[in-house]
Design a protein. Structure first.
Length: 615
């Protein structure tokens, strides 16, 4: 990748008042990419291998001046990462060691090898060093594809930084929409958090939530006999969908199907669609209606005032996955929502501050006179999953957790504003407000997720993009869980007879052995979600981080007293005894070219480990 193509930004794409900041934009995108790469490598590779060293005195005189000054004048810390197979080292200044390796970096990284001096690294040099080490570790060729994907992510992050709006988010549903469209930097522990491969830049600019996108949907008309749908409500799925659509002029016997405009090229490219358009079996109606807003997942769309989100199929690779609605996911989304109806009632009665955002229906096209492979392609091209929109309370401001626990381009975290709001409202100090906030969040999120796992055999996926936090006076008052088609079921509580509504393929996709279920909830809940919350709550307060983890420990004990059984007792005992946490391998998935569903887990030191001590 040549330097002139490091970033896609050109002056025509940036507002005039921002044009002079292009180098700042490039630098910030590069810095964020460096942090994400270091985060992922340290957690997935260096820490498990024992290749992290803190504040080593050996060779310190030869360290770059900026590192020495950071340590001497600011009382900061220095992290050294060994790359033993390639005979190299990395060095970077860090605010302080973090138990969960959520670090606040305070310098550029520097690299050195045998007989070579320390040199400052940009993202390309750092990525080449890490990918070179990983190629040796796994005895495989250097992964040029991943290097290119990292470059694509950096480039698009630059676009999103240039177009970011740091203004006040407001309150209520307006703040919710802003939170969905604010993830400028993306997953902090992913090597390619903003990669979108194989698509034109103008489409990225038009459809990316990070740039405040809004657009009308594109419509096709399909004969009613060629519709496929399912609903677990008394109301059929198409009736639910039709309420979300504009008035369209349709021939008798036809129904309108919405398609994400980014998906139209894929739809029209299918031979079966071209033939159907030529014969009149399908009609291309074009764009129509009021704009819809893409949420953080890009393919799920929101329109204020509607009672359903539309989760559209999108044949675009975002980070690690093509975001299509697979044919079996259409079936399983609705079937799982139906299967969980009783569990949702039990959870709602036990935890009134939890809401599951059910997916009660799907609609798609299906030409039943075609071969199965053709039918699958058609169902996946047109498939729309309907997700219930919660009835937000009037005094509640819902925000996406991934947006709360993140930085804006100015470096301010939306969470900090909530903490200060809570402190003012309750007359608390900043640290008291942070502890109060975290305790309320844990009670509303962790307790029902443990209950679902240990009592109901249901493994939700409560990572940051699947959790919406309802806030009142800055404090969590409600939690919403979404993306239920990713839910897994433990076979002990869910034998075959309970899954009779599922196809065999869907049954295979939702069933999870207990060990994997515990790892999945452990990663999503503890590492992806809570560790990120603790980082932003305690980033500037070294004494607060262990207090927050102690708060979690106390809350787990309360859970066991209120709702516990033998399963949760075993799980909580293991957690409080300091058993390592299961960390998902986002980087290694890409290095080894594994599908996301084939993710493995590596151990991460627990904040409850007896041997841990603060430095």
């Amino acid at each position: 990748m040549t330097p002139s193509r490091d970033l896609f930004i050109d002056r025509s794409s940036v507002a005039p008042q921002r044009a002079f900041k292009l180098q700042d934009i490039r630098d910030q995108a590069s810095t964020r990419a460096i942090w994400a790469l270091l985060n992922a490598y340290c957690r997935e590779v260096a820490a498990p291998a024992g290749d992290l060293v803190w504040d080593s005195p050996f060779g310190a005189r030869a360290w770059p001046q900026v590192i020495q000054q950071h340590r001497r004048l600011r009382g900061g810390h220095v992290l050294q990462v060994s790359l033993p197979l390639s005979g190299q080292w990395l060095l970077i200044a860090v605010e302080r060691p973090s138990i969960t390796l959520n670090h606040a970096y305070r310098s550029a990284p520097f690299g050195a090898g045998f007989g070579k001096p320390w040199q400052a690294l940009d993202w390309q040099r750092l990525a080449r060093m890490l990918l070179g080490e990983l190629a040796l570790r796994f005895d495989q060729p250097f992964n040029d594809e991943l290097l290119s994907q990292i470059g694509n992510s950096v480039a698009l992050m630059g676009e999103f930084i240039a177009g970011a709006d740091d203004g006040d988010w407001g309150q209520g549903e307006a703040a919710y929409l802003r939170s969905e469209q604010s993830l400028t930097f993306g997953h902090a522990f992913h090597p390619t958090p903003k990669s979108r491969e194989g698509v034109a830049l103008d489409a990225i600019r038009r459809y990316s939530p990070e740039l405040g996108a809004a657009f009308p949907l594109h419509y096709f008309a399909v004969a009613a006999s060629d519709l496929a749908q399912a609903s677990h409500l008394d109301e059929d799925a198409y009736t639910q969908l039709e309420r979300q659509l504009p008035e369209l002029s349709l021939p008798d016997g036809y129904r309108a199907l919405p398609v994400h405009p980014w998906q139209v090229g894929h739809v029209r490219g299918l031979e079966v669609v071209r033939q159907a358009l030529d014969s009149g079996r399908l009609l291309d109606l074009g764009p129509a209606g009021d704009p819809w807003y893409p949420t953080a997942s890009v393919r799920t769309l929101f329109q204020p005032g509607r009672d359903r989100f539309l989760k559209c199929s999108l044949h675009v690779r975002l980070t690690n996955c093509v975001r299509k609605n697979a044919w079996y996911e259409l079936d399983s989304a609705v079937a799982v929502s139906h299967l969980l109806s009783e569990e949702a009632r039990v959870l709602g009665e036990t935890f009134p501050t939890l809401t599951l955002m059910a997916e009660p229906g799907f609609v798609t096209a299906d030409f039943r006179d075609q071969p199965w492979e053709t039918r699958v392609a058609l169902r996946e091209a047109f498939g729309v999953i309907l997700r219930q929109t919660p009835a937000w309370k009037e005094d509640e401001t819902p925000m996406l957790a991934a947006a709360l626990f993140a930085d804006s381009v100015s470096g301010a975290s939306p969470l900090e504003r909530q903490i200060m709001d809570l402190a003012r409202h309750r007359g608390l100090s900043r640290s008291e407000a942070a502890l109060r906030w975290f305790e309320a969040y844990v009670e509303r999120l962790v307790h029902p997720m443990l209950f679902a796992l240990c009592r109901l055999g249901v493994v939700f996926e409560p990572h940051l993009q699947n959790v919406v936090v309802g806030l009142r006076h800055g404090q969590p008052c409600h939690v919403y869980i979404r993306d239920l088609e990713g839910t897994k079921l433990l076979p002990e509580q869910w034998p075959d007879e309970r899954l009779s509504r599922l196809t065999e393929r869907a049954r295979d996709s939702v069933r999870y052995p207990e060990e994997l279920g515990v790892k999945r909830i452990g990663y999503c809940l503890l590492i992806n979600n809570l560790a990120q919350a603790v980082f932003f709550l305690a980033r500037h307060d070294a004494e607060l981080e262990p207090q927050l983890w102690q708060c979690l420990g106390s809350s787990l004990t309360r859970y066991q007293r209120r709702h516990g059984n033998a399963f949760s007792a075993r799980l909580i005992d293991r957690l409080l005894a300091g058993e390592p946490w299961p960390n998902k391998t986002n980087l290694l998935n890409r290095v080894l070219k594994r599908a996301d569903r084939a993710s493995e887990y590596v151990p991460l030191a627990s904040p409850f480990a007896p041997s841990l001590h603060t430095r």
